[in-house]
Design a protein around this ligand. Structure first.
Ligand code: PGA
Length: 255
């Protein structure tokens, strides 16, 4: 059985004061033992969050890493090994905001994925279609091509040490959540596509849904057979809301 995972992507939010407040709020939450919970602050807050998490069961993740696993002359970037040094266990790669607003392409994303794994970080690869692509009936071709860019380069077995996140771009930060059925359809297609290469890898890989997940919608989404948790943006900045989303992942998958 796949273990549910809920990750909070704080994006470029937070001051030292607001981050401390958020962590304090999260530490009062009852979190389910059978769900992996990850918080992903901006780089500048990673160290203080690592300290403030202390012995909490929450894991630390970053939102991006360099294409190089080890420190080198690459101004402004952060090496994957610098993230593990701070206590990170997860890192997002290929978030749609980086793909679309910063022009990151599949080749660069695959290098970041590889750099993360090279130092034992678990990459969370994000895939998803835009509204125009969905309306043109291109959802699956787009999503599967983003996945194939990885599998064709590094092989399907790398997914044994990775997490996938399906995030329809039209649902991110818009309040427009995909319906559980819309999301499940894509999650199942992703899993089937991987199964054509390796059934065991497909059965084991966690596929998260992301895009305006809230406590009020999480239960139904996480109840779908191929949705193994969530990648949560806006709602992860509210401790009570994020706690409730984490609990929804535990309750449903344990039922
Ligand atoms: P959202 O963001 O929950 O605010 O839609 C999700 C994400 O971008 O990971």
């Amino acid at each position: 059985m796949r273990r549910p995972l809920v990750a909070g992507n704080w994006k470029m939010h937070g001051t030292r004061a607001s981050v401390a407040e958020l962590i304090a709020g999260l530490r009062t939450q009852t979190l389910p033992e059978d769900v992996t919970v990850v918080v992903m602050p901006a780089f500048v807050h990673l160290m203080s969050v690592a300290d403030q998490l202390g012995a909490s069961s929450m894991n630390l993740g970053a939102q991006d890493c360099a294409t190089e696993p080890m420190p080198c002359a690459l101004t402004g970037e952060v090496a994957a090994s610098q993230l593990t040094d701070l206590g990170c266990r997860y890192v997002l790669v290929g978030h749609s905001e980086r793909r679309l607003l910063l022009g990151e392409g599949d080749a660069l994303i695959v290098r970041k994925f590889s750099a993360a794994q090279a130092v034992g970080l678990t990459p969370v690869l994000c895939v998803g279609e835009t509204r125009e692509q969905r309306e043109a009936g291109q959802t699956l071709p787009v999503v599967l091509a983003q996945l194939d860019a990885l599998i064709d380069t590094l092989g399907v077995a790398v997914l044994n040490r990775a997490v996938l996140a399906y995030e329809p771009v039209w649902a991110i930060g818009t309040g427009l959540t995909a319906t559980p059925e819309q999301a499940q359809e894509v999650h199942a297609a992703i899993r089937q596509h991987i199964a054509m290469r390796d059934a065991a890898v497909a059965a084991g890989v966690q596929i998260l849904y992301g895009g305006s997940v809230k406590a009020s919608t999480a239960g139904e989404l996480f109840g779908m057979p191929d949705i193994d948790g969530g990648l949560v943006g806006g709602a992860s900045l509210n401790a009570d809301e994020f706690g409730a989303i984490c609990r929804a992942a535990g309750r449903v998958k344990n039922a």
